[in-house]
Design a protein around this ligand. Structure first.
Ligand code: PLP
Length: 384
């Protein structure tokens, strides 16, 4: 029987803690473990390779995502690096042109060193996708909803096409979280998370995960995580699990607030466009309703008047903080063009639709009425 996310995260306990039978898993910080004899490798031998806190976190994330296994890494970016280590030299990687700036930087950096060929395309354009798949890529990267434009990719359709072309299909599920979207059940081979974001939710660590539904691929992922020393720490794994306990509750509350904020922004004259999949006017609204269990807690919008107006708006905010992360308890705002996506050249940003007047909002746990009041103060500052 499939258990609900709320039950999975509440019930997560260590398989065995015979010494104490504790409810909260102990943090096993030891770097190494004793062998009974030199010829019998114990289940736990060295914490870079294997650690009880990482194992428990993998098993919880795997159940949430419908995965067979995978690896916990030190950041979302090290999970992305791990995925590239799975590819043969000279492979082609297809990725969305409006992906997270760090993803773009990593794939482009590999291309610039001659390690792979990158194709950054609009995944919603079937002709561009067919053209890219004709090159028989080794990996197709999906990010939906995308950061920062909240574009929605039809996971099942794109994954089926890519698999027919022989590609591994990876979905970055950081924005949706497994409470709202399960890409492996829609045909993807790999799912990636920055656990730094909503999964931990408290803004106090870096972490990542790369999971797969294929048990053999899960072993290969673990092999590379160990070989490359990419594993996350026991302390961080324990803390991410602690954050996960409240993920379903936080997502529900943050989503209600995000919807209220998006609907309010839609009615404001200072705002040109609101990108939020929960709005009927969003081009991906119907698709998001089909493949997600809710529109999530991130939105972005463009302000009439360009970059200068945007600066005045930001300076007028008091409660909402200008900072580049998302998914945490505190509402954060950023200008992707100069902050999260500054690794993209201006012309690459322009092509992807990341304009200087674009603002991304990660809605946290504050009272939505207070958030709306603060945004109202900011918008009042747009008028000189
Ligand atoms: N994927 C997405 C969608 C992100 O937004 C981020 C960070 O903002 C990452 C991956 C990278 O995660 P980390 O900062 O933990 O390396």
């Amino acid at each position: 029987m499939n258990r609900s996310p709320a039950t999975i995260v509440a019930a997560a306990r260590p398989d065995a803690d015979p010494g104490h039978r504790s409810i909260v898993p102990p943090i096993v910080v030891s770097d190494t473990f004793e062998w009974a004899d030199p010829d019998t490798k114990p289940a736990y031998d060295y914490s870079r390779t294997v650690n009880p806190n990482r194992d428990l976190l993998v098993s919880v994330l795997a159940e949430l995502e419908g995965a067979a296994g995978g690896a916990i890494t030190g950041s979302g970016q090290s999970a992305a690096l791990l995925s590239l280590l799975l590819l043969p030299a000279g492979a082609t990687v297809v990725a969305p042109h409006d992906c997270y700036g760090g993803t773009y930087r990593l794939i482009k950096g590999f291309e610039d060193k001659g390690r792979l060929t990158a194709r950054f395309i609009d995944l919603a354009d079937p002709a561009a996708l067919d053209l890219a798949l004709a090159e028989r890529p080794a990996l197709l990267w999906i990010e939906t909803p995308s950061n920062p434009l909240l574009r929605i990719t039809d996971i099942a359709t794109v994954a089926a096409k890519a698999k027919q072309a022989g590609a591994l299909v990876l979905a970055d599920n950081t924005l949706a979280t497994p409470c709202r979207q399960r890409p492996l059940t829609l045909g993807c081979d790999l799912v990636l998370h920055s656990t730094t974001k909503a999964l931990n939710g408290h803004g106090d660590l870096f972490g990542g995960a790369l999971l797969t539904r294929d048990p053999a691929l899960a072993e290969t992922i673990q092999w590379w995580a160990n070989a490359g020393g990419l594993a996350g720490s026991a302390q961080d794994s324990s803390q991410v699990l602690r954050g996960l306990r409240t993920l379903p509750l936080r997502v529900e509350r943050q989503e209600v607030s995000a919807r209220a904020v998006a609907e309010w922004l839609e009615g404001r004259g200072e705002v040109i466009q609101v990108n939020y999949p929960g709005l009927a006017a969003h081009p991906g609204h119907t698709l998001a309703k089909r493949q997600q269990d809710g529109p999530g807690f991130i939105l972005s919008f463009r302000l009439r008047g360009g970059g200068e107006t945007t600066r005045r708006f930001l300076a007028g905010l008091g409660l909402i903080t200008l900072a580049s992360s998302l998914g945490g308890f505190a509402t954060l705002i950023c200008t992707p063009a100069t902050m999260t996506h500054r690794g993209m050249l201006p012309e690459v940003q322009r092509e992807a639709g990341i304009t200087p007047d674009l603002v991304r909002l990660s809605v946290g746990l504050e009272d939505p009425a207070d958030l709306i009041a603060d945004l109202g103060h900011g918008l009042a500052c747009c008028h000189v």
